[in-house]
Write a protein that binds this ligand. Structure first.
Ligand code: GSH
Length: 194
């Protein structure tokens, strides 16, 4: 089984954490370098990571990959609809941060009052407020897939210095608590060649 991705991607890291202790090969690409893009194009026309390759089967998108892994190899308690919703909110915030980051890298002033940036910021604010409450009420207390996804988002925000999240006390405590969870230090994007 091969997981195609990048050590920088929070969507890939969540699957590395889920697969911690299992046998798989991690193919680490720099998806913005010419060579990385050429390699990526061999795995997916969508040009997005993660991609899973299991024998003849290829699966795109972290959510589908997680569902595939649970249904074929690593059965676990199915996620409740509430957990599915939490995951959708984590993904919504993550996608919005990616849009803001790529906009900045494209020379767009995301601090300006413009629709595309305002929509992302509003989504981020509202989803983080809800996630703060969810963590505070113990809904993400177990180290399961939704918790891994939230950790990867929070750690990536800190790694990329996207925002100061100190006002979210429960999210901060959650982030600190899981720095020692299985697989976290080995998949740290701050490590060279991680
Ligand atoms: N919904 C996708 C999102 C994946 C995603 O956005 N991956 C980013 C890396 S963090 C990517 O491949 N970006 C490339 C691009 O947007 O061109 C998933 O859950 O797998």
């Amino acid at each position: 089984m091969k997981l195609v991705g990048s050590s920088m991607s929070p969507y890939v890291r969540r699957l590395r954490l889920f697969l911690e202790g299992k046998s798989f090969e991690f193919i680490n690409l720099n998806i913005y370098s010419p060579e990385g893009r050429e390699a990526l194009a061999r795995y997916t026309p969508a040009m997005k990571i993660p991609v899973l390759m299991d024998g003849e089967q290829t699966i795109y998108d972290s959510r589908a990959i997680h569902r595939y892994l649970v249904s074929t190899h690593f059965p676990e308690t199915p996620m409740s609809w509430h957990q599915e919703n939490l995951l959708s909110l984590i993904d919504a915030a993550n996608d919005s941060y990616v849009i803001l980051l790529l906009s900045k890298r494209s020379g767009i002033d995301t601090d300006a009052d413009m629709l595309i940036a305002n929509l992302q910021k509003e989504r981020i604010e509202r989803t983080l407020q809800l996630l703060e409450k969810s963590v505070a009420s113990g809904e993400l207390a177990d180290w399961n897939y939704p918790a891994m996804c939230l950790f990867c988002l929070l750690d990536w925000i800190s790694f990329r210095e996207l925002e100061d999240l100190s006002r979210y006390t429960a999210l901060n405590t959650f982030h600190q608590q899981h720095l020692t969870s299985p697989g976290v230090s080995d998949s740290d994007p701050r490590l060279v060649d991680a």
